[in-house]
Design a protein around this ligand. Structure first.
Ligand SMILES: [Ca+2]
Ligand SMILES: [Ca+2]
Length: 223
């Protein structure tokens, strides 16, 4: 099968299963829920929020909660530069505010558009720790989220990493991930995201790389 044909087959399979899964889920979801697609694509819905604790007390820490953003407002890479943070995606897309106040704590978070990430945070003055919340609207694909910290702008020297996992079908929610090192200049957030339609068929697995939301980026400036 050519790559194009295989892609077409995947799309058809995804649409077929999405339709049947939605028919089932619409019977059981609370009436406040919106359309929930069982895949990795962005979904609009009003769903229960996670209850993540606040970041650990840190006198010198700076937190960016993105609550200053409007729905789908595009975030200039240097919007938070005066706080010592820049935000970009390594694709040709943009970073923008979430459509609704969905993951991670019921307030505005950020996503990429198109929804294929990943996120790249840079700290021009250097930091010693970074924590963040990352997750997705559910139930949808699984998200194996990796946070990698680098001591250089070229992303050549990995100095710390953290991993979190949201299984397929998990409710709307986020995991809090953190990295620490003597000097961090850049942090990349990626996610291997897949939706298994049929475990006994190669064409039954759809991939939605980096389909995650992010919120509450907290960092401690280097001394
Ligand atoms: Ca927020
Ligand atoms: Ca996802």
């Amino acid at each position: 099968m050519t790559p194009l044909l295989r892609m077409a087959a995947l799309v058809v399979a995804a649409l077929t299963v999405s339709a049947s899964a939605f028919a089932q889920s619409s019977l059981t979801l609370p009436s406040t829920a919106g359309v929930v697609n069982p895949d990795g694509s962005e979904t609009i819905g009003i769903l229960p929020m996670g209850n993540l604790s606040l970041p650990a007390e840190c006198q010198a820490c700076i937190t960016v909660d993105f609550n200053d953003l409007g729905p789908e407002q595009v975030v200039a890479f240097d919007r938070y530069i005066r706080l010592g943070l820049t935000i970009e995606t390594s694709t040709s897309g943009v970073v923008e505010g979430s459509s609704n106040d969905v993951p991670c704590d019921g307030t505005r978070s950020i996503k990429t558009e198109p929804f294929i990430g990943p996120f790249l945070l840079r700290f021009p003055h250097g930091v010693t720790s970074v924590s963040l919340d990352a997750g997705d609207i559910g139930p949808s694909d699984s998200d194996a989220i990796t946070v990698k910290a680098f001591s250089d702008d070229a992303l050549a020297t990995l100095v710390a990493f953290d991993i979190g996992f949201l299984p397929q079908g998990a409710p709307t929610g986020c995991v809090r991930l953190s990295v620490q090192a003597p000097l961090i200049k850049a942090v990349e957030i990626t996610s291997d995201s897949v939706y298994v339609l049929s475990s006994n068929s190669a064409s039954g697995v759809s991939s939605y790389p980096n389909s995650i939301f992010m919120d509450n980026v907290t960092f401690e400036p280097a001394p």
